[in-house]
Each structure stands twice: as C-alpha cells, then as structure tokens.
Design a protein around this ligand. Structure first.
Ligand code: HEC
Length: 108
C-alpha cells in the first residue's frame, strides 16, 4: 500500500487523539492522589462542572468520563478546548494527575 499525504495526516491525528503526547505520557506515569484531586476539583473545576460532576456552565462529567480515555481527560485539562480554559500553566503535573484520578474514579 502506498502512503499518500492525506493518509499520513490521518495517521498522525489518530495518534494524537489516542495519546502519545508528551504531556499525557508524563502525567500517566504519576500516581494521582484522590484526596488532593478532590481539593483541586473543588477549587478549579466545580464552578463549571458542578460539585457532583453534573454539569453547569460546562458539560456533565458523569456523561463524558465514561466515554473518553484518561489521556483525553489529561489533554483537556492541560490544553483546554471549546470554552474550557487550559490548566497546563497554572497546575503542576502532579496536581493534574491528582484531579484526573479524582474525576476518573468519581464520575465514571
Ligand atoms: C470555565 C469553565 C470550565 C472550567 C473551570 C473547567 N471546565 Fe472542563 N469543560 C468546560 C467546557 C465548556 C467543556 C466542553 C468543551 C467542549 O467539548 O466544547 C469542558 C469539557 C471537559 C471535559 C470533557 C472533554 C471531552 O473530551 O469530552 C473534561 C474531562 C473536563 N472538562 C474536565 C475538567 C477539569 C478536570 C477541570 C478542572 C481542572 C475543568 N474541566 C475545568 C468548562 C470548564
């Protein structure tokens, strides 16, 4: 099979969609702490996603979390997207691992 430019583009975007990003790999290595994650969630996420992940300004995480990979959650937090701000500069990688652990277990 010959690789055409559009096929290479498609392969690259598929790779990006299912991880392989440096931020994702780095954060996946860290052990998230649920207690700290709960606090980070309360401080940074709850106003938009609701105390129980039921959604408010942002979508219900109880709908989203079961459908997306952990890597997708990480990249949403690091880079933002849609109307959600990026947290890659204001949270350190350990805080991100903690909050991702919290939402992944709490809202799955
Ligand atoms: C200013 C409001 C706001 C804040 C604060 C916020 N979000 Fe979001 N979030 C959104 C919006 C809006 C979307 C929908 C983005 C879209 O798909 O258009 C979203 C989407 C998401 C998604 C779903 C991504 C997907 O692919 O379906 C996750 C997971 C998420 N946010 C987690 C978090 C976490 C964790 C925090 C705290 C670190 C946070 N959000 C803080 C508004 C916010």
């Amino acid at each position: 099979m010959r690789w055409t430019i559009p096929m290479i583009g498609l392969a690259a975007s598929l790779l990006a969609a299912c991880g392989g990003s440096a931020a994702c790999d780095e954060i996946l290595q860290l052990q998230g702490d649920l207690t700290v994650g709960d606090i980070v969630y309360g401080n940074r996420c709850e106003t938009c996603h609701g105390p129980a992940g039921e959604g408010d300004e942002g979508p219900a995480l109880t709908d989203r979390i079961p459908r997306i990979t952990r890597c997708r959650v990480i990249s949403q937090v690091v880079d933002g997207g849609g109307l959600m701000p990026a947290f890659g500069d204001s949270l350190d990688p350990q805080d991100i691992a903690d909050v991702v652990e919290f939402v992944s277990l709490e809202f799955r």
